[in-house]
Write a protein that binds this ligand. Structure first.
Ligand code: PLP
Length: 426
């Protein structure tokens, strides 16, 4: 929003590419951040999903403190450290049997997806990859190469083919969306893309950056059947919506499918940089040696990730994501009745999207209003972002620890922000 940034505080004026908020934060606790003017901000984004346990969680503080004071190496490349070994064992136990081979560690969702893009082509000898229009798999050249988000046009890999993600709201019904997307895929295999040349299909079990799209029932089961028939590997990008956020540990579980490769990131480190790829031995051992960065598998980050996984289990946070997600969803549904800007509310657990439209009949994307709502909410004390191929979907990915009271409080601020935008008060 040109103009809005003119008001940024001195504290952030040296930051390149500042996109959203003109203010720095100086601390955080649970679902709240403290801004540099002392304001408490309720973080409905969990720092884009990274702060899965909220901010400054004691389990992460303790694990990181211990790991730092008794650091076992700096990388898992020369010799594996204990935290990485334990983390690898844990992650292997959390994926389907067919993916239970080896674990690779990286720093981010981007380097993890880039690694997968490289190894699937090298290991299968097949040159092509499928992914969805609207998919965001990362911001490095290799991960942008398998992404389909409009923000990444110009970076697509040569062997990439993009297919539509079913959009139930745009299509009018989940069934219509599912059938059209599947028909497109089958037509593609029959005409332009020989399936025997496709190494892998990168899927998002819920398409987050493309607009928080929830796949219709049966869609991924049919995709899985097609992939199995043609020997195409399924890669599930769980970076934003996995690790309990959707109300199940893996978001693909809602669709009843079993991917060959699972990619974790963001919330895995609870705010520290660590990602992981889990997949079958034959694939993972192939050319993984070409994807090395010095401090991959850092023991401090691995210790944080172990603490995240242990806390999710101990505190029943998957159940909490489901329960608090329902409270949030019901409160958002109540907002829908009062705000004509809201066209659709969708998502699973604590991965929710609110599509804003200028009028519910025409469904014209209300992109400017989405940006203004995000900014107004920030002024009122609520942090959230917008996503979507038209930048008109408000994205809610709060910490998995969110309480029903925090859910209600955030929705009250969001309602006020929407009312202010609709009334032109901002
Ligand atoms: N995959 C998905 C689904 C994402 O949402 C993102 C980031 O938004 C990434 C991959 C890239 O992760 P990172 O930003 O940690 O590189």
């Amino acid at each position: 929003m040109p103009g809005l940034y003119a008001r940024e505080s001195r504290s952030v004026s040296k930051m390149a590419h500042l996109r959203f908020f003109p203010q720095a934060v100086v601390g955080g606790s649970g679902a709240y951040l403290t801004a540099d003017d002392g304001r408490q901000l309720l973080d409905f984004s969990a720092s884009w999903g990274a702060a899965s346990l909220g901010h400054s969680h004691p389990a992460i503080r303790e694990a990181v403190g211990r790991a730092l004071s008794d650091q076992a190496g700096a990388s898992y490349l020369s010799s594996a450290n204990e935290a990485c070994v334990l983390l690898a064992e844990k992650l292997l136990s959390l994926v389907p049997e067919r993916a239970r081979g080896r674990v690779w560690f990286g720093h981010s969702g981007s380097d993890a997806n880039e690694t997968v893009a490289r190894i699937v082509v090298a290991a299968t000898g097949r040159p092509r990859i499928l992914a969805f229009h609207g998919a965001y798999h990362g911001g490095t050249i290799g991960s942008m190469g398998v992404s389909g988000h409009p923000a990444q046009q110009g970076s697509r890999a040569e062997g990439l083919t993009l297919v539509p993600y079913p959009n139930s709201y745009a299509a009018g019904s989940p069934e219509a969306a599912r059938d059209a997307a599947l028909a497109h895929l089958e037509r593609l295999f029959a005409t332009e893309v020989p399936p025997e040349e496709v190494a892998a299909f990168f899927i998002e079990p819920i398409q987050s950056d493309g607009g928080m799209l929830v796949p219709p029932d049966g869609f991924f089961k049919a995709v899985e059947a097609l992939c199995r028939r043609h020997g195409i590997l399924i890669v599930s990008d769980e970076v934003k919506v996995g690790l309990g956020r959707s109300g199940r540990f893996n978001a693909f579980e809602h669709s009843g499918i079993e991917p060959d490769i699972v990619v974790f990131g963001k919330g895995l480190g609870g705010g520290l940089p660590i990602s992981a790829v889990v997949g079958p031995e034959a694939i993972m051992n192939h050319s993984v040696a070409f994807s090395l960065q010095t401090v991959h598998g850092n023991p401090v980050c691995a210790a944080a990730a172990l603490a995240v996984l242990q806390t999710i289990e101990r505190d029943h946070l998957i159940l909490n994501a489901d329960r608090s997600g329902k409270v949030l969803r019901e409160a958002l549904d109540r907002l829908t009745a009062r705000h004509t800007l809201i066209g659709d509310v969708r998502g699973r657990g604590l991965a929710l999207g609110i599509e804003l439209v200028t009028d519910p009949a025409s469904r014209e994307p209300a992109s400017r209003q989405a940006a203004l709502t995000v900014y107004r909410a920030f002024q009122l004390g609520l942090v959230l972002y917008y996503v979507g191929v038209q930048s008109n979907v408000l994205e809610l990915t709060p910490p998995l620890t969110l309480t029903p009271a925090e859910a209600e409080s955030g929705v009250a601020m969001l309602g006020q922000a929407l009312a202010d935008v609709a009334a032109g008060r901002i």
